[in-house]
Design a protein around this ligand. Structure first.
Ligand code: COA
Length: 382
């Protein structure tokens, strides 16, 4: 194999077919099963999007009602799982807690291996229902607060915000537009073709391993700062910049040192991420509705950094979804280290849709490598 045939990072390699989503960098568009993501964010709930990704069609009213009732009933956590979460160190990354919780749930599934697509859908439904409860419990235990049981009468996002923040004065669980902004972020983060974590899930599934192992592996891949972890680093950067007056110089300094500015650039989109306009509008609306959180300065920093990156990079690097999502989650009141677990709550839908697709079209994923180590040699006689 010659060097020219090596596609480092699988850059530009088309690894398989997928019906689940289409990323078109030329037109800046992202389609879930044919539907533009920005239309889904405006007109569909996250639960409808989950069913769309898994089944290929938007659900009927009856199918949606059935799914809502099944997931509401599965939101609770067994005491054994609560004990596992409470036993985790409070200074480990929350993604470690999620990975462990998914493994624990899998170990307790009586079907140890994936048997058919119905089993994957069932596991996906369980994880869709329980991940928000796990994340909420982890947030609260680190704050020294007690577990709030899920409320089956509440919708997906309202229930989650309630489990995290309760229903006291100013809780986003009590503000319709906060709930709506969170729900939209779930729709936008749900699916994105063969990204690193989804591909990880497909690789694991391609060995005929089980759904929980594939999801645990995907969580590991998403944790990295070049992938899902970027939304946390975005906010750390906003906090480090601190004042709009510093934003331009801070960004130029990063560029001059050839350091990455988190929340910018994309492996596929080179002319702008199609999800950004919707999330940016959500972020700016949240900011205008929450002046008490000193939000105006985050908007100013956002705009200055975006302009500085565009104007000062030869390829005009633009924000990706993490750039507006980070400060939006911050305004909603989430601790920064929990931004990537929020991404997991959403992407569980896309991952499991791909796990089903891979399972139904089995081919082991196993690329080749161009060896560039030492020529054959021999171990000295001893
Ligand atoms: N900050 C500064 N420079 C960046 C950059 C960023 N966020 N993203 C890309 N660049 C630079 C690259 O270093 C490269 O420079 P070079 O030509 O001097 O080597 C050039 O722009 C072209 O990079 P490109 O080929 O477009 O990037 P990629 O496809 O290899 O990597 C990412 C894509 C997402 C991994 C990369 O943009 C990145 O690390 N971004 C920050 C992390 C992030 O936000 N991740 C979330 C992705 S949704």
């Amino acid at each position: 194999m010659t060097d020219q045939e090596v596609r480092k990072g699988l850059y530009g390699v088309v690894a398989d077919y997928t019906k689940i989503s289409k990323v078109n960098p030329e037109t800046n568009s992202l389609l879930y099963q044919g539907y533009p993501v920005h239309e889904l964010a405006e007109r569909a709930s996250f639960e409808e999007v989950a069913l769309l990704l898994w089944n290929g069609e938007l659900p009927t009213a009856d199918e949606l009602a059935e799914f809502r009732s099944v997931t509401a009933a599965r939101r609770g956590l067994d005491q054994a799982l609560i004990d596992v979460i409470l036993a985790m160190p409070t200074d480990c990354h929350p993604m470690d807690v999620l990975r462990t919780a998914v493994s624990f749930i899998g170990a307790n599934d009586p079907e140890k291996f994936t048997v058919d697509a119905a089993h994957i859908r069932d596991a996906a439904t369980t994880l869709f229902a329980k991940l928000p409860t796990i994340v909420a419990l982890d947030i609260r235990r680190r704050r020294g607060e007690g577990y709030i049981e899920p409320d089956p009468a509440k919708g997906y996002s309202e229930n989650f915000l309630w489990m995290v923040f309760g229903d006291g004065e100013g809780s986003p669980a009590t503000v319709a537009s906060d709930i709506e902004a969170f729900e939209k972020s779930m729709v936008l983060y749900a699916e994105h073709s063969f990204n690193a974590s989804t591909f990880t899930a497909r690789v694991i599934t391609s060995t005929n391993s089980d759904t929980y192992s594939a999801v645990a592996g995907a969580i590991g891949a998403l944790k990295g700062p070049l992938h899902g972890g970027a939304n946390e680093f975005v906010m750390h950067n906003f906090v480090e910049v601190g004042d709009p007056a510093n934003a331009e110089a801070w960004t130029l300094d990063k560029l001059s040192k050839k350091e990455l500015v988190m929340g910018f650039g994309h492996r596929v989109y080179k002319k702008g991420d199609s999800r950004v306009p919707t999330m940016e509008a959500c972020f700016k609306k949240l900011a205008s509705e929450h002046p008490e959180k000193d939000s105006a300065k985050w908007v100013e920093i956002y705009d200055i950094m975006a302009k500085t990156m565009y104007d000062n990079t030869s390829i005009h690097i633009m924000p990706n979804l993490d750039f507006p999502a980070g400060p939006a989650y911050y305004i909603l009141g989430f601790d920064i280290e929990f931004f990537t677990p929020l991404f997991v709550m959403s992407r569980i839908t896309g991952w499991t849709a791909h796990i089903i697709e891979q399972f139904e079209n089995p081919t082991i994923i196993r690329p080749l490598a161009a060896y560039n180590g030492p020529d054959e040699r021999h171990v000295p006689q001893r």
